[in-house]
Write a protein that binds this ligand. Structure first.
Ligand SMILES: Cc1ncc(COP(=O)(O)O)c(C=O)c1O
Length: 384
């Protein structure tokens, strides 16, 4: 990284930093609601029968503990020549990848809008950003013609994130195939942020890109679909030849993960379907609830349908900047959402819908009540 002293503050983290701990009703999150240590212990006899007590706090291997790497590989099924590296959240993996792969002046394609790490870290490494717009007028549906238009001979990396934070946009299996073909033909390396891979509603989870394209790195995490953000475990699936490059950077940063978190993470991945299944079913029901609320708002809430993930990114006609509304929701109702300016779209709001249903109803009701008080209001309040 060349420009880290100049790295700008992450607006999303600044917004959440203290409010997250004050909120009574959290409908802001991009992950499903959280699991406990007890939930993990209930899944695995080893964790109940002394495995925790006999764990030795040795340093871990640079690429991660074998059991966890094997569990991730069994689930992700990487293509030939690819290895799994486990990391402190996918945040660390993204940092390592950008730091190891980019040189000043390289062109990097990033989705717009995007989660801050995807664009800011690339820019901090000295890259020239080329933005692939996800267009609100098209309900954020990704258009590959827009991607084609920003690819050049100098494109070094193409960063994608489907399902997408914050819009919930996604490519379908045919769109994935077309996208991989396009990136493959361009000569660029694909960075596939699959944080929300397991959270899809219209088709099975998209396969890891490495099964179809050699030059790819993909990123996964326990923070979103697994409901384990505080465990701080993620991973990167990458060509074996690149692994030493990421380790070279890691040796100055985190060295390795804790054997304790890797043990818990291995249990989580080995029991992925048991952890994810019920939360996904709940998210599906809540997504319906959210869309019904928007449809019943009389035009006060315009909400593109999230095709994946657990966030929606609606706008409220007549509200040019949602930040004051978001402040009032917290101060008057204890409801936490995210103002769209954290993603460069002040007229929108990120709503997380994978909370218990009652929380979501409370939160949406509060938004309706606040919208009803605005001058020229379209809703009369109380919905949700
Ligand atoms: C798209 C995306 N990628 C990566 C991350 C990083 O998550 P973590 O470091 O918890 O794995 C996030 C977190 O919100 C995200 O939304």
């Amino acid at each position: 990284m060349t420009g880290l002293p100049d790295v700008p503050a992450a607006a999303l983290e600044d917004w959440l930093r203290e409010r997250y701990f004050r909120a009574e009703h959290d409908i802001s999150s991009s992950g499903v609601h959280n699991h406990t240590l007890g939930d993990l212990r209930a899944l695995d006899p080893g964790l109940r029968d002394g495995e925790l007590d006999s764990l030795v706090f040795r340093d871990g291997p640079s690429l991660g503990a074998e059991r966890l790497r094997a569990a991730v590989a069994a689930r992700v099924r990487p293509g030939p020549g690819q290895v799994v590296m486990t990391t402190h959240g996918s945040s660390e993996a993204l940092f390592l990848a950008f730091a190891a792969l980019l040189r000043p002046g390289d062109e990097v394609v990033v989705p717009d809008p995007s989660y801050h790490s995807l664009s800011v870290l690339a820019a901090s490494a000295g890259a020239v950003l080329r933005r692939w717009p996800l267009r609100p007028e098209n309900g954020f549906v990704p258009d590959l013609a827009d991607l084609r238009a920003v690819l050049t001979r100098r494109t070094r990396l193409v960063v994608v994130n489907f399902p997408h934070n914050p819009t919930g946009a996604c490519v379908d299996p045919a769109g994935r195939a077309e996208l991989l073909e396009l990136v493959g033909a361009s000569g660029a390396t694909l960075l596939w942020d699959g944080a929300f891979t397991d959270l899809v509603y219209d088709h099975p989870p998209l396969p890891d890109p490495s099964r179809d394209i050699g030059r790819s790195l993909s990123f996964g995490t326990l923070s979103k679909a697994y409901g384990l953000p505080g465990l701080r475990v993620g991973w990167c699936v990458l060509p074996a030849a690149l692994a030493p490059e990421l380790v070279r950077v890691r040796d100055y940063l985190t060295l390795s993960l804790s054997p304790l978190t890797e043990l818990l993470a291995a249990v989580a991945v080995e029991h992925a379907d048991e952890l994810i299944g019920p939360r996904l079913a709940e998210a599906r029901r809540n997504r319906d609830l959210l869309l019904e609320w928007a449809a019943a708002s009389g035009g006060a809430v315009e909400c593109p349908v999230p095709r994946g993930g657990v966030t929606a990114f609606p706008r409220f006609p007549g509200v040019g900047n949602t930040r004051p509304l978001c402040e009032r929701l917290l101060e008057r109702h204890g409801v936490l959402v995210v103002p769209g300016d954290c993603f460069g779209r002040p007229d929108r709001m990120r709503i997380g819908f994978s909370c218990p249903e009652g929380e979501l109803r409370q939160g949406l009701g509060a938004i309706s009540a606040e919208l009803a008080e605005l001058p020229g209001a379209l809703v009369r309040g109380g919905a949700g």
